[in-house]
Design a protein around this ligand. Structure first.
Ligand code: ADP
Length: 451
């Protein structure tokens, strides 16, 4: 198994280059071999004509002398008459094997061409001519071997050069190609170690550039989640710590008998209150974490939302009556597709806040509208309001606008986080607007029908 992607790439390129070179060599050689043979044929015929003229001018004896004086000519020459060989060039090797049929064909006036016949060893050109009223046949056998070996040499050189240059370039360019991948691997390892500061440079717009972009985005998201997790743990510890410290302090005081008799009851009541606070906090945390882990059963169905809202308000009547709030409820018949038990948590939390953060003799207004595909519920209340700076954060876990003032049994800054999560589960929307000291408005949108 080859482990380095660099090595894999190089071997891959080598394979491709070598196979393409061999193929191109074979193909080129065959294409050019044919062309060279055709050219050689025409050339040889021309040369043959020249030699014939020379023969006619010099006569047989003179021609023989001339041939002998030539030491190197790139072809062999044979001259035939009807009754046999007249003369041949000194380096002519082949004396036998000339087919009488071919000799006769030329002596009868035909031009014999046989350079391209690869199977035959008679690669010859035969030309008829007359000398002193006698018909003769001149056969010329060009040395093709040399020609082809030259072509081969040129091809070999070119191909070797391509191989050498190609491989050198591949060694260099592959390094560049592989570098970003090595960088990604390194960054991933760093991330695994918990380094959320690591980022990849985005140098190109190709797939690697896209990968780097996605990687950076993923790291940012992980960083945020990690930060949220840390904050969450810190918040939970803090929220658990304060009632526990109070309970412990009071228990010690009671145990040591430093509390007056008439105060004892009050201390026990405080311990009970703090334990309730702890129990309520852990319940809310469990609820939120099961919602976030998608462990709560989610069973949406169509039901009458207006009825659910009315019932919820009625159930909380004692709370709003306590503050002498005026409740203005005006909702037409509205059907919604949702999980009614989860949604009842939403309305309960929103109404509880509308009461809790209201002023004495304030007002709560609840309206409902039917839109094309959705229904919209608007819950507004008078009271302290929420400063603009806090608005973007109020759906975060443990976020409270004024922590010191809201430390009551029910107040942990978890209510709206639960609301938001449930609305998200329904693919709905929730938004908030507020004017400090006057009014806070929550708008919830839910689908009328399931998809
Ligand atoms: P809490 O348990 O503190 O009510 P929530 O998550 O329900 O937590 O709300 C977060 C914060 O948003 C509250 O601390 C409060 O300051 C603010 N808030 C929520 N609802 C309202 C409202 N109807 N009117 C004014 N302030 C609100």
């Amino acid at each position: 198994m080859i482990r380095s992607i660099y090595l894999k790439n190089i071997l891959n390129y080598f394979f491709v280059i070598i196979v393409s070179l061999i193929l191109s060599f074979v193909i080129t050689f065959f294409i050019y071999q044919k062309q060279v043979i055709q050219m050689r044929e025409a050339e040889t015929i021309e040369q043959g004509k020249g030699i014939i003229t020379l023969y006619q001018r010099l006569g047989e004896a003179g021609f023989n002398e001339y041939l002998e004086s030539l030491t190197t000519i790139p072809y062999e020459i044979y001259v035939y008459k009807r009754n046999g060989l007249v003369t041949k060039s000194p380096q002519a090797s082949q004396t036998s094997g000339f087919d009488q049929k071919n000799i006769d064909y030329v002596l009868d006036g035909g031009v014999y061409r046989n350079l391209s016949d690869s199977g035959s060893h008679h690669k010859l050109i035969g030309l008829p001519f007359d000398d002193k009223n006698e018909r003769l046949a001149m056969f010329i056998k060009p040395s093709l071997k040399e020609q082809f070996s030259q072509i081969r040499k040129i091809l070999y050189t070119a191909l070797l050069l391509v191989l050498f240059l190609g491989i050198s370039l591949i060694l260099v360019t592959t390094r560049f190609l592989v570098k970003p991948i090595v960088r990604v691997t390194h960054a991933t390892k760093e991330l695994a170690k918990g380094n959320f500061q690591i980022r990849l440079p985005i140098k190109s717009k190709d797939e690697i550039g896209e990968l780097s972009k996605s990687f950076n985005f993923m790291v940012e998201e992980l960083d945020k989640t990690e930060q949220m997790r840390k904050d969450f743990v810190a918040n939970v510890s803090h929220e658990l710590q304060s009632p526990l410290t109070a309970i412990r302090g009071m228990a010690i005081a009671l145990k040591d008998g430093v509390v007056e008799r008439e105060e004892e009851k009050h201390y026990f009541a405080l311990i009970e209150q703090e334990s309730e606070r702890l129990s309520s906090l852990t319940k809310q945390l469990l609820n939120l974490s099961s919602l976030e882990a998608n462990q709560s059963p989610f069973q949406p169905k169509q039901y009458r939302l207006d009825r659910q809202l009315r019932n919820q308000l009625v159930a909380m009547q004692s709370l709003w009556m306590e503050k002498q709030l005026e409740v203005d409820f005006d909702i037409p018949e509205l059907k919604v597709f949702a999980d009614d038990s989860l949604m009842s948590q939403v309305w309960s939390n929103l109404f509880a806040n509308a009461i809790k953060y209201n002023r004495m003799n304030g007002r709560i207004t609840v309206r409902g509208y039917e839109l094309d595909d959705d229904v919209e519920v608007v819950i507004s209340n008078t009271g302290v309001g929420i400063p603009q700076n806090d608005l973007p954060h109020i759906f975060e876990r443990f976020y409270r606008v004024e922590k010191a003032h809201t430390r009551t049994t029910e107040s942990y800054g978890l209510g709206l986080a639960v609301v938001k999560r449930i609305i998200e589960l329904h693919n709905g929307e929730i938004s908030v607007t507020s004017v400090v000291g006057q009014e806070t408005v929550f708008v919830v949108r839910l689908a009328k029908q399931g998809n």
